[in-house]
Design a protein around this ligand. Structure first.
Ligand SMILES: NC(=O)c1ccc[n+]([C@@H]2O[C@H](COP(=O)([O-])OP(=O)(O)OC[C@H]3O[C@@H](n4cnc5c(N)ncnc54)[C@H](O)[C@@H]3O)[C@@H](O)[C@H]2O)c1
Ligand SMILES: [Zn+2]
Length: 683
């Protein structure tokens, strides 16, 4: 090697050591990492590569020679009875085979060895001391030799037995027993914790691991107690009496004593079984209730394992097989907003391209504008991006500690990115909408809805044809359908005389549809079939409807302030008015004879309703307004005072509760029937 490149390598090595030591400090001491574990592991892998080529460069202060971080000053120190070691990593099945081959060369007995594989819980190592069955001391790993005394905090962890054996019938433990385990937060509890924080207007946590670590290292145990920490144990560090000599028996033994032990450990008779388990676990990882970053492969015979010794901080007889990365950090360059087919504005993260689990990711979802605000995600932030299974990559949140001050707060746009028209927000909904009937981003869907069975019912105009019409520029809004000529249609793929004639005839026939269908066909937010029929019963034509005020509309049964606002807003938009003019000019202008609505007592007066699941004819907002306008009350939760539960598709836990309380259950059809029946009766 030339001297210059050797010097450069040496520089890189020194730089890496500094960088890794800094990230170790952020992760282990501050519980506040700046990069993802995946990126950290890559730095470590590079360091090891250099050290393998230049063993003479390695000094005791190299991160490869140390485990964890030094204990914090504010805690009492605990010297571990034996070093609390780390694990070497494998990223491929070949790495696992190579590990095995190395061991066999070192000790022939490994050829006969059996193994245990366990999920590698992404939490915090804890070392638990028991004296005469009493929990007397609990420590963090610290630097592997000396940890922090967090006994008071660990006492608040419910899964930790304060006295063993938990069951009288179990064997009596040795007088002194030191057990190693992992403290962590389950994915479900973590999400629940974040949900509560967001509700309270506080900032959510970024990941379960650092939340668990931070929670256990609080000076105030009552803070720890308020966090949903749990525990799994997997090893005996030290004992004053004889204890099992295999890993498999150790797990059974710990369980007998009353310690929490994973249900997912597997016994493997040989290397083939281990490799098979590694492959299976790549899918199985998602079934775990906690985050796991891999599985740990352990030689079952603990004496053999011990005799193989340690390299740096890693015992030779164990290996971590790491799952492909799912979370990587990168820079959020920009936030782009697009409008979907339903008119919903959706923000997308434009990322500095980054590899996650073998795929280059350049974009990720940010869900909606509320999400960006709740997580305080800013343009220019270093963000964590997650890509798991088939899920579209999404931004987990910003790494606030990495901010430079150059980040920009994102403001949701006031206008639609596709058509430039002002966007609309509805009370109680997260989304922002473009409600322009001529918005190019929504035209295909608008036309599809317009021609559908429950709207203008234009038979033969399927999705493929609608797409062609829009793409060829023959249709810019729904009114254009009535200006199509036979010549236009014949330019479409697969069209001959007869097909064109049929479609023109169907379009012509739709002109005589009743007003209710036309109102439904316009696709006004919050106005479905039921509401359209109500409106058509009151207003003779679209001119009359377009002049209705919000106050006036709110007098109508089934219409509350949101839908009233949505209707008035729709008719006030110049682009939508133009569509109406074109419809009128084409003769699509049904007129209803006006009925005089008699005074009727409200049919749902005195009743309280709760709704669960997705309804077919109403949105949540609509059904609420429908019930309220008919005199009923709507409540969020089922109680003894609930008169009826309205059930849609995929109902939630409210259904079980209603059944338990004997609350009668209705479908939405039954609700409508109830209203109409009692209206008819009272007339
Ligand atoms: N993002 C960062 O800046 C940063 C910095 C430092 C370290 N890290 C991360 O921290 C980890 C390195 O820490 P490490 O030295 O503890 O190594 P490790 O996490 O790779 O492996 C060892 C640890 O695995 C845990 N473990 C979980 N389940 C186990 C089981 N069933 N059997 C045995 N052990 C089990 C133990 O706590 C043990 O300490 C890596 O994941 C690394 O990416 C990240
Ligand atoms: Zn638009």
């Amino acid at each position: 090697m030339e001297t210059t490149s050797l010097e450069a390598l040496r520089d890189e090595y020194e730089r890496l050591k500094r960088e890794i030591n800094y990230h170790n400090y952020r992760y282990h001491v501050l519980d506040s990492p700046l990069i993802s574990d995946y990126e950290f592991d890559r730095l470590m892998a590079r360091l090891r590569e250099i050290e393998a080529a230049h063993p003479d460069w390695v000094t005791p202060d190299s991160p490869s020679q140390r485990s964890g971080g030094p204990p914090l000053e504010r805690f009492n120190k605990v010297r571990h009875p034996r070093p609390i070691l780390s694990l070497a990593n494998a990223f491929t099945l070949d790495d696992v085979r190579a590990w095995y081959e190395r061991l066999v060369r070192l000790d022939e007995r490994v050829r006969q060895a059996d193994f245990v594989v366990e999920p590698k819980i992404d939490g915090l190592t804890v070392v638990l001391h028991y004296h005469n069955g009493q929990f007397v001391l609990g420590a963090t790993r610290g630097d592997g030799e000396v940890g922090e005394d967090i006994t008071a905090n660990l006492r608040t962890v419910r899964a930790l037995p304060l006295r063993i054996p938990v069951q009288e019938s179990a064997p009596k433990p040795p007088e002194r027993l030191v057990v190693r385990g992992e403290a962590f937060i389950t994915i479900k509890d973590f999400e629940e914790l974040n949900r509560r924080l967001i509700e309270a207007g506080e900032k959510p946590y970024l990941n379960p691991r650092n939340t668990a670590a931070g929670s256990l290292r609080q000076l105030d145990p009552s803070l720890t107690a308020s966090r949903p920490l749990t525990l799994l144990t997997y090893a005996i560090v030290d004992a004053s009496d004889s204890v099992p000599t295999t890993q498999w028996e150790t797990l059974q033994y710990l369980k007998e004593l009353g310690f929490p032990v994973t249900k997912d450990a597997e016994y493997c008779a040989d290397l083939e079984a281990v490799l098979d388990a590694c492959a299976r676990w790549l899918d199985k990882r998602d079934t775990l209730p906690f985050e796991a970053d891999g599985i740990v492969i352990k030689i079952n015979d603990l004496r053999l394992q011990d005799s193989l010794g340690v390299v740096g901080k890693d015992p030779r007889g164990m290996l971590a097989f790491k799952f492909p990365a799912r979370e990587v950090s990168t820079i959020l360059r920009d936030i782009e907003v697009s409008v979907g087919r339903t008119g919903v504005l959706t923000p997308t993260a434009v990322l500095e391209p980054v590899e996650i689990g073998g795929v280059i990711v350049k974009q990720a979802t940010l869900h909606n504008f509320d999400y960006i605000a709740e997580k305080d995600i800013r343009i220019g932030d270093r963000v964590l991006v997650k890509r798991a299974g088939d899920v579209i990559p999404y931004v987990v949140g910003p790494i606030v500690e990495a901010r430079t001050g150059q980040e920009r707060i994102f403001e949701p746009p006031q206008t639609c990115p596709a058509c430039g028209q002002p966007v609309q927000h509805y009370e109680g909904e997260v989304a922002w909408y473009c409600v322009n009937a001529a918005c190019p981003a929504q035209i295909i869907r608008n036309v599809e809805h317009f021609v559908s069975r429950s709207a203008m019912d234009i038979t033969g105009l399927g999705i493929k044809i609608v797409e062609q019409l829009v793409k060829k520029g023959l249709v810019h809004d729904v009114a254009d359908l009535y200006y199509l000529t036979k010549a236009d249609l014949l330019t479409l793929e697969g069209f001959a005389d007869k097909k064109a004639d049929n479609i023109l005839r169907a379009i012509e026939a739709s002109k005589s549809r009743p007003l209710a269908r036309l109102i439904n066909a316009l696709g006004i937010h919050g106005v479905g079939e039921v509401m359209a029929a109500t409106l058509a019963g009151i207003y003779p034509d679209l001119d009359a409807l377009s002049q209705a005020t919000e106050e006036e509309l709110q007098q109508i049964e089934g219409i509350g302030p949101n839908i009233a606002q949505s209707i008035v807003d729709w008719f006030s938009r110049p682009t939508n008015r133009k569509v109406l003019e074109k419809l009128k000019a084409a003769g699509v202008w049904p007129v209803e004879k006006k009925q005089v609505a008699p005074e009727v007592p409200l049919p749902l007066a005195g009743l309280t309703f709760v709704v669960t699941g997705t309804l077919k004819r109403f949105s949540r907002e609509e059904v609420k307004e429908y019930i309220q306008s008919h005199g009923g009350k709507v409540s969020e939760s089922v109680s003894r005072n609930t008169s009826y539960l309205i059930v849609g598709e995929n109902p939630g836990s409210k259904l079980e509760r209603a059944r338990a309380l004997g609350v009668p259950i209705l479908t939405e059809e039954e609700l409508i029937a109830m209203v109409e029946h009692s209206s008819a009766r009272s007339q």
